[in-house]
Design a protein around this ligand. Structure first.
Ligand code: UD1
Ligand code: CA
Length: 482
């Protein structure tokens, strides 16, 4: 359903221009597919226009067409794509889009580029409000350095007269600091005819969409400019601007989360994708990256130095210096430092994965602990079980992966090798240093190591005169064995 704004004219269509080469990115990838904060540039723009509820949204694609279309279809399947075979300019691009929109006579058309990821729904809505009684409205900004942008040329009365591109501007016009953001709202009944009159007699030999402004003014129509902040209109043309846009988006996101009840002691070092969910009373310490579908529940403390991707952190859990991907960290669980949780790791309530522990496709029951230096792959570990330091779940026979099952309240001795497939029963123990190749029944201890023997005086005979031999001779217990 179309959204009818206060004063009447509805938003008939949104057109996103995304066919350009993006030459200045120096990339094999189409510019609009470069991402910041987990979303490509084109997805940021589609996300900002979606709540405007236009009847139709058209993306003009060209360079890297199939890749761009696939990305758009994946996240915004209702968007129609229009193919601009040759990139003859922004005016030509809009003309291609209008072919896919035969019925435009009532309502407004919002046109914008796909390379301006900082424009918000709110700013776009204000432009639509301004556009209600105008033939065209342009979003502009005052820049300290306007180089590269089209300049906004106003008449003596201060009204917008025309837009002049950098490469066509006179020395006098270059001094104008107000620039075109590349976002416009047009009256659907007038745009087609005005666009048909755009030529290409300019420095770049292109059909400039910006010429439509002068044409509509020449016809005596009302044209408006709405000024917004420099930050909002940043266009990404090269990788410096991509990084700049990332910084702005990053700080907007962390500020919103702080307003929503998340504590951050160093917000400048925190990166949170727009797809992440946080809850009030979460604390994020220094250098935290939360990406994908990560969710952090109340009372949890994450950081310092964590990268969590598609990971759930339940209430009051603590996660320190950890890398996690597709893991589930239970309530009051504790993880880190220097811990690597790979896909399929599930930690129960109050479970612990401690220092230098790597886990993959493994479930740790309530209160179970892997405190130190272990690899836990393809395993199920029951509640209250303790895994001794340096235990290895030997899950790979060189061809296939196998599972290990350990019951409740078991005690796995330090440096145990559990050769999967193998099962250790409830309440069972393994002796430190064991290689466990057979199941250990409930309540038993599995001992899988050879008995120790001491060969007396070996050092004196085989390493005579060494510092070891001297130390041994000086030792009183050594003397006793003589
Ligand atoms: C354009 C504006 C300029 C404005 C600036 C704001 C024109 C002529 N100039 O310049 O006034 O200050 O944006 O960022 O419009 N595109 C197509 N097909 C084409 C050409 C471009 O789809 O044939 C798309 C590009 O993919 C891009 C957008 O249109 O998303 C803008 O094109 P770009 O070449 O970046 O224009 P600018 O030189 O930045
Ligand atoms: Ca641009």
């Amino acid at each position: 359903m179309s959204n009818t704004t206060n004063s009447g004219k509805s938003l008939n269509a949104v057109v996103i221009l995304a066919a350009g080469m993006g030459t200045r990115m120096k990339s094999n990838q189409p510019k609009v597919l470069h991402s910041v904060l987990g979303l490509s540039l084109v997805e940021h723009v589609l996300g900002a226009v979606a709540p405007l509820d236009a009847q139709n949204t058209v993306a003009v694609v060209g360079h890297g067409r199939s890749l761009v279309e696939a990305k758009i279809q994946n996240s915004h399947p209702a968007v129609i794509s229009a193919f601009q075979e040759q990139q003859n300019g922004t005016g030509h691009a809009l003309a291609v889009a209008l072919e896919a929109l035969p019925d435009l006579d009532s309502g407004l058309v919002l046109v914008m580029a796909a390379d301006t990821p900082l424009l918000t729904t709110q700013v776009l809505s204000s432009l639509i409000a301004v556009a209600q009684d105008a033939a065209a409205s342009v979003l502009t900004a005052e820049l300290i350095d306007p180089t590269g942008y089209g300049r906004i040329i106003r008449n003596l009365a201060g009204d917008l007269d025309q837009i002049v591109e950098q490469s066509d501007a006179t020395a006098e016009q270059h001094k104008v600091s107000e620039v075109n953001s590349g976002v416009y709202v047009f009256d659907g009944a007038l745009i087609r005819d005005a666009l048909a009159r755009v030529g290409n007699a300019n420095a770049q030999g292109e059909q400039y969409l910006t010429d439509v402004i002068g044409i509509l003014r020449g016809d005596g129509h009302t044209v408006r400019a709405l000024v917004t902040s420099e930050e909002n209109i940043l266009g990404v043309n090269d990788r410096r601007q991509l990084a700049q846009a990332g910084q702005v988006l990053r700080s907007r996101i962390v500020e919103q989360w702080m307003l929503d009840g998340v504590t951050m002691i160093d917000p400048g070092s925190v990166w949170i994708d727009s797809s992440v969910t946080l809850h009030p009373d979460v604390t994020l310490l220094q250098n935290v990256q939360l990406t994908g579908t990560t969710v952090v529940h109340p009372g949890a403390v994450v950081g310092p130095d964590c990268s969590l991707h598609n990971t759930v952190v339940e209430k009051s859990a603590k996660v320190v210096r950890t890398v996690a991907d597709s893991a589930h960290i239970g309530e009051e669980a504790s993880v880190g430092p220097f811990t690597y949780l790979r896909p399929g790791t599930i930690l129960g309530k109050k479970a612990k994965a401690g220092g230098f522990v790597e886990m993959k496709n493994a479930e740790l029951g309530e209160g179970a602990k892997v405190p130190h230096l272990s690899y836990v792959g393809d395993a199920e570990i029951g509640e209250g079980t303790n895994i001794g330091a340096a235990t290895i779940f030997v899950n790979y026979d060189g061809e296939k992966k196998h599972r290990t099952t350990i019951g409740k309240h078991a005690r796995i001795g330090s440096d145990t090798m559990l050769i999967a497939p193998v099962t250790v029963g409830d309440g069972a123990y393994t002796a430190a240093g064991s290689v466990i190749t057979e199941d250990v029944p409930a309540g038993a201890i599995g001992v899988g190591r050879s008995r120790q023997r001491n060969i007396l005086d070996w050092v004196l005979r085989r390493r005579p005169g060494t510092s070891s031999a001297q130390a041994a001779v000086a030792d009183s217990s050594m003397t006793n064995t003589k």
